[in-house]
Ligand binder design. Structure first.
Ligand SMILES: *[C@@H]1O[C@H](CO)[C@@H](O)[C@H](O)[C@H]1NC(C)=O
Ligand SMILES: *[C@@H]1O[C@H](CO)[C@@H](O)[C@H](O)[C@H]1NC(C)=O
Ligand SMILES: *[C@@H]1O[C@H](CO)[C@@H](O)[C@H](O)[C@H]1NC(C)=O
Ligand SMILES: *[C@@H]1O[C@H](CO)[C@@H](O)[C@H](O)[C@H]1NC(C)=O
Ligand SMILES: *[C@@H]1O[C@H](CO)[C@@H](O)[C@H](O)[C@H]1NC(C)=O
Ligand SMILES: *[C@@H]1O[C@H](CO)[C@@H](O)[C@H](O)[C@H]1NC(C)=O
Length: 281
């Protein structure tokens, strides 16, 4: 397993747009940029750039077919490894659109980096000059509101609910699980956990457990939070953020923006991969 990728220092830049979540979209869950991360500046060769362009085209044309695609172009030091994955509930059209947006961020906002990750609510894009396929990496960021505290009685139920989802996801065909928790008068809570599909099931489980261990303390008292990672991600809200009409939200449309309306988002913490470079996976 290669660890040099993790040893390089990383810069993490978060789009200002993520600090504000507007509720102009009726489902409260839009294809917003959540941030991006890239390695130190490097002069990219023309060959690398042209391979990267091929990788982007290939990801953009192929990701919609099943929401996940890997692509490599080039040889030796000009070789580019790329990967695109959409959240499991996202339609093919929205998936392609989201990956296209991510590619635009990579092209417009980041230049001269040979290792980049871009997160949107609906999709994840990564490319690197080194192979990362099948490798669990720990970098994650937690996003929640700085208000929107949940009822004390609901908190432990929410924690148990999400850890149940985290334990189910690795055994699902696409390593994704979504579910709904009825908390009586306090309404419902909706959760989803998803791993990158090139990981092994066992690394998927470790990735989700690790995220819960790292972030539960800082997010558990909130009605809504999200964790975006290099290898897996989780979402928890008091409205049905995912598009799956087979799970109905009795909470109804009126509550869609509850707890998350136009509040500033707090980025809780970042676990940068290089901090963990020497930990044995
Ligand atoms: C990328 O840059 C453009 C223009 O500089 C800016 O409008 C946009 O918000 C940036 N995107 C992200 C995700 O930071
Ligand atoms: C996704 O975001 C892009 C750019 O912000 C926008 O043009 C597009 O319409 C959005 N798509 C959906 C389905 O919301
Ligand atoms: C990838 O790029 C980094 C510098 O950004 C370099 O140290 C590393 O050796 C490169 N890896 C490969 C496989 O070329
Ligand atoms: C894309 O997402 C938007 C916003 O959630 C939704 O209204 C639209 O139906 C989706 N498009 C497709 C093709 O599913
Ligand atoms: C995505 O980008 C490709 C290549 O630039 C383009 O052909 C395609 O129409 C775009 N699709 C969407 C949904 O934006
Ligand atoms: C909704 O979710 C259920 C269970 O997770 C799944 O079996 C079903 O296929 C999904 N339906 C749609 C339309 O995505």
């Amino acid at each position: 397993m290669k660890t040099s990728q993790s040893k390089r220092s990383k810069f993490l830049i978060l789009a200002v747009s993520i600090f504000l979540l507007s509720c102009t979209h009726s489902n409260g869950d839009i294809n917003e940029s959540k941030g991006y991360q890239f390695s130190d500046n490097t002069a990219l060769s023309d060959k690398f750039k042209s391979n990267l362009n091929n990788v982007f085209n290939s990801l953009s044309s192929n990701v919609a077919a099943n929401g996940f695609y890997k692509s490599t172009f080039g040889k030796n030091s000009d070789k580019v490894y790329g990967l695109a994955q959409c959240r499991a509930d996202i339609s093919p059209a929205n998936c392609t659109n989201c990956i296209n947006e991510s590619i635009n961020v990579a092209l417009q906002n980041i230049s001269n980096s040979n290792s980049v990750e871009v997160w949107f609510t609906w999709c994840f894009l990564r490319y690197s000059n080194e192979s990362f396929f099948g490798v669990w990496e720990k970098g994650s960021m937690g996003v929640t509101t700085d208000t929107g505290f949940d009822d004390a009685a609901v908190v432990p139920k929410g924690v148990a609910f999400m850890s149940g989802i985290a334990s189910m996801a690795p055994n699902k065909p696409r390593m994704v699980e979504m579910s709904v928790l009825d908390v009586g008068q306090s309404g419902k809570r909706y959760g989803m956990a998803q791993c990158r599909r090139d990981l092994s099931r066992s690394d998927c489980g470790k990735c989700l457990d690790d995220q819960l261990m790292s972030f539960t303390y800082s997010v558990e008292d909130k009605r809504g939070w999200e964790i975006y990672g290099m290898s897996c991600s989780m979402w928890y809200h008091d409205f049905q953020f995912y598009s799956n009409i087979s799970i109905t939200a009795s909470a109804g449309g009126g509550k869609l923006c509850h707890g998350i309306t136009a509040v500033s988002m707090t980025i809780l913490s970042f676990i940068l991969t290089f901090l963990l470079a020497f930990r044995d996976l």
